[in-house]
Design a binder for this molecule. Structure first.
Ligand SMILES: Cc1cc2nc3c(=O)[nH]c(=O)nc-3n(C[C@H](O)[C@H](O)[C@H](O)COP(=O)(O)O)c2cc1C
Length: 212
């Protein structure tokens, strides 16, 4: 399916006319302000005490202090089969795989906010997280709804340029879904497990959680 058809199909299943600006949908910040939200945090690192998981934990701590309900899905410790493009779901139906995606599916649909926390792997997000995102395909017709979103990403190098592909991917995904970015923690220069603890990023992640 080419991109044009992908978008067209989405418009059909979501009931949005082509005239309707799917890419311009945004969350009304006034409406969301002070509202107790359901936040889903999807992590992508296989390192339990790794850098992105540490930042995710700090974000969650801040968000919980603010009174939000937080659900966490650690994709690297779950069984989520990659999408095989069989299209049996029709972008809005049951997936042929009866795996752990079913644990997170309703949370993606219902949540007010989705946070993506990932290490950088060869300039992209981790395979584990990507497998979950690709399975959005089966609920594509249900998730073009106003949501907030945030990105947490950790990587060893310090070049801003190298972070651009992941940021661009995240922003393009949000634009497509009509979700609103409310913050990005891009943690550079962290290589070994736990090295992020020697930086200011955990505080930034906590503050972001608390600011939502
Ligand atoms: C398979 C693999 C690929 C990686 N690719 C990159 C990369 O392209 N650029 C980079 O700066 N660091 C890269 N790293 C380092 C990780 O991004 C870095 O250690 C990060 O802090 C890991 O996050 P985590 O502790 O949450 O897993 C890679 C590490 C692994 C294991």
């Amino acid at each position: 399916m080419d991109r044009r058809s992908f978008i067209k199909n989405t418009l059909i299943v979501t009931g949005i006319t082509l005239g309707g600006a799917i890419l311009s949908k945004s969350v009304s910040s006034e409406k969301m302000e002070n509202k107790k939200m359901k936040i889903l945090v999807i992590t992508g690192s296989p390192r339990k005490n790794g850098n992105s998981n540490t930042l995710a934990e700090n974000f969650i701590k801040g968000a919980k202090e603010k009174g939000h309900n937080v659900v966490r899905f650690d994709s690297a410790f779950k069984n989520v089969h990659p999408c095989i493009a069989c299209n049996k779901c029709g972008m809005n139906g049951d997936c042929v795989f009866n795996d752990d995606f079913k644990e997170v599916k309703d949370n993606i649909i219902d949540s007010d906010m989705v946070v993506f926390a990932t290490p950088m792997y060869y300039f992209g997000i981790s395979t584990q997280l990507k497998a979950v995102i690709d399975r959005f395909y089966s609920i594509n017709g249900k998730i073009h709804t106003p949501k907030k979103s945030a990105l947490i990403m950790t990587y060893a190098d310090t070049s801003d340029k190298e972070a651009e592909p992941i940021i661009k991917h995240y922003e393009t995904l949000l634009n497509y879904l009509g979700w609103q970015d409310v913050g990005q923690i891009i943690a550079s220069g962290v290589w070994t497990e736990g090295s992020v603890n020697n930086t200011d990023y955990p505080k930034q992640a906590f503050d972001l959680g608390k600011s939502i």
